[in-house]
Ligand binder design. Sequence first.
Ligand SMILES: CC(C)(COP(=O)(O)OP(=O)(O)OC[C@H]1O[C@@H](n2cnc3c(N)ncnc32)[C@H](O)[C@@H]1OP(=O)(O)O)[C@@H](O)C(=O)NCCC(=O)NCCS
Length: 253
Amino acid sequence: MSTRAQGGPRSWSGSATPRLKQGACPCARRGLSGMEACGDQTMEVTVADKPDIGRIARVYVEAFPESVKFFFGDSTPERVVKIASAGFHVLWQAGCGFIVARESDGDVQGYCIIAADEAEVRASFFKNAVWLGFVKDLLHGRIPLRLNEAARLAANGAVLLLSYLVAPRNYACKAGARIFSIAVRKAARGRGLGRELLKCALAFATGKGAKVIKLEVRPENQAAVHLYRSAGFREVGKVKDLQGPWLAMEKAL
Ligand SMILES: CC(C)(COP(=O)(O)OP(=O)(O)OC[C@H]1O[C@@H](n2cnc3c(N)ncnc32)[C@H](O)[C@@H]1OP(=O)(O)O)[C@@H](O)C(=O)NCCC(=O)NCCS
């Protein structure tokens, strides 16, 4: 599953008239199904490689300035990129799928992080002691997270978990896939990249046998809410964290 397309408005060729290059797609090597379209153009939407994680963290820091400010104050972007990279490494090790929109020079313009089976990802976080590696890196100063920031992140997680308890029961408990994060660099928005990343993420989840996929989005995030609704997600309730409410959405696959 790898889609290449030209830059420029609405120029994604992958879903319309894909040129298949069978066996050459990274997604195919990882046993994914779905679109397997490759052309010879400039942007590729594909499964990420581990070295992409730092680039993904950069896109994250640029795309979520409010959250960055909320949790890390006026820290330098470089410090937050290091922290975000460490968090994404944890998700990688726990088995999440990382889809990227990568330019031919390797630059990442967008990403989507997805758990094809959320319960499995949670279990492997504890089973494989992924969290222990994170804590070790933290204690050895390899992750520049401050105590007050760690406390705020933990409090945020606790509020979110509590809100799951009062969320629609079958939303919080339903087994399935989950989109953890999706973002496109500001300069690359409005060209269909977000939709293409989402499409690839859905193909990733379907290829792994997921029957339902869930996500949360801020209700005021019009671009993302529109994207999800038009991709077939429906609102099933609300949850919240320290920054405010999230719209809980899901889609049958
Ligand atoms: C949400 C996001 C990933 C969309 O990426 P994108 O590449 O700009 O999206 P696309 O170009 O594929 O557009 C997808 C749809 O959203 C619509 N859209 C884009 N910006 C919009 C806006 N500000 N308001 C309403 N709709 C908008 C597009 O028109 C398109 O719909 P259409 O195909 O029906 O015309 C991007 O805006 C982003 O990175 N935002 C910051 C991070 C974020 O909020 N992530 C989501 C967290 S849940």
